[in-house]
Design a protein around this ligand. Structure first.
Ligand code: SF4
Ligand code: SF4
Length: 228
């Protein structure tokens, strides 16, 4: 009798919904705010969002970001600010994926994707440089192993995180307001679901005005909202 009861345990499991999937061929959809590998964003016109201010490096608790800013060449500026991130490196072996760099960045230049598959065979490859971090002018994000089955190109394409972990400055006035500057390849995204107040649905569609340093993007969002 005991043996029959024992056999019934696995037998009953056959008819239950499976909780496992065939990874990596199948992948679960991840939470919107999942913290994966970083990406350096561009504006739709191809300008780099990073202004080389080094705030991300200063705030990083793991001290795994190294940035060197350089003055923009007057004839061919790389970013809308005075400077741009000439050198940008993140040591992903030290990163704890806290997202503080994303929070600190005044221009939404550094954001985190939902891609967590970053296995490497030597330590040097875990240090992502501008080559791996900076998106192409069409919004495509490079990856060290582009042909790996682990790399979901769709996830990389939607790499720009258009939201922060918190509302800008935590102010209620930002609820439902798009406070994210458009990005190459994706453009402007809607406000995040579940945080939208009916009275704050005006989208921010304009690109950064000329001469704007890129600082205070949240304020741009509010200005546009009140116009609408
Ligand atoms: S996610 Fe956190 S630990 Fe990783 S680079 Fe950004 S601030 Fe540093
Ligand atoms: S905080 Fe943003 S703009 Fe400043 S260096 Fe870091 S990524 Fe670039």
């Amino acid at each position: 009798m005991g043996m029959i009861k024992g056999f019934m345990v696995p037998f009953r499991q056959i008819f239950k919904r499976k909780v496992t999937i065939q990874y990596p061929e199948q992948k679960r959809s991840k939470p919107q705010r999942f913290h994966g590998r970083h990406v350096l964003n561009r504006y739709p016109d191809g300008m780099e969002k990073c202004i080389g201010c080094e705030l991300c490096a200063a705030v990083c608790p793991a001290r795994c970001i190294y940035v060197r800013g350089m003055d923009n060449p007057p004839d061919a500026p790389v970013s809308p600010g005075e400077r741009y991130g000439f050198v940008y490196e993140i040591n992903l072996l030290r990163c704890i994926f806290c997202g503080l760099c994303e929070e600190a960045c005044p221009t939404e230049a550094i954001t985190m994707t939902q891609l967590f598959e970053m296995s490497v065979s030597n330590r040097d490859d875990a240090i992502y440089t501008r080559t791996e971090l900076l998106m192409d002018s069409d919004g495509t994000v490079p990856h060290p192993q582009p042909d790996s089955i682990l790399v979901d190109k769709g996830e990389l394409r939607l790499a720009d995180g258009w939201m922060r972990a918190t509302a800008p400055s935590g102010r209620a006035a930002y609820e439902g307001v798009i406070a994210w500057t458009p990005t190459a390849g994706v453009g402007t995204r809607p406000a995040e679901k579940g945080q939208s107040a009916e009275s704050h649905q005006s989208p921010v569609t304009s690109h950064q005005p000329e001469g704007d340093s890129g600082l205070g993007t949240g304020d741009r969002g509010l200005e546009t909202s009140s116009d609408g």
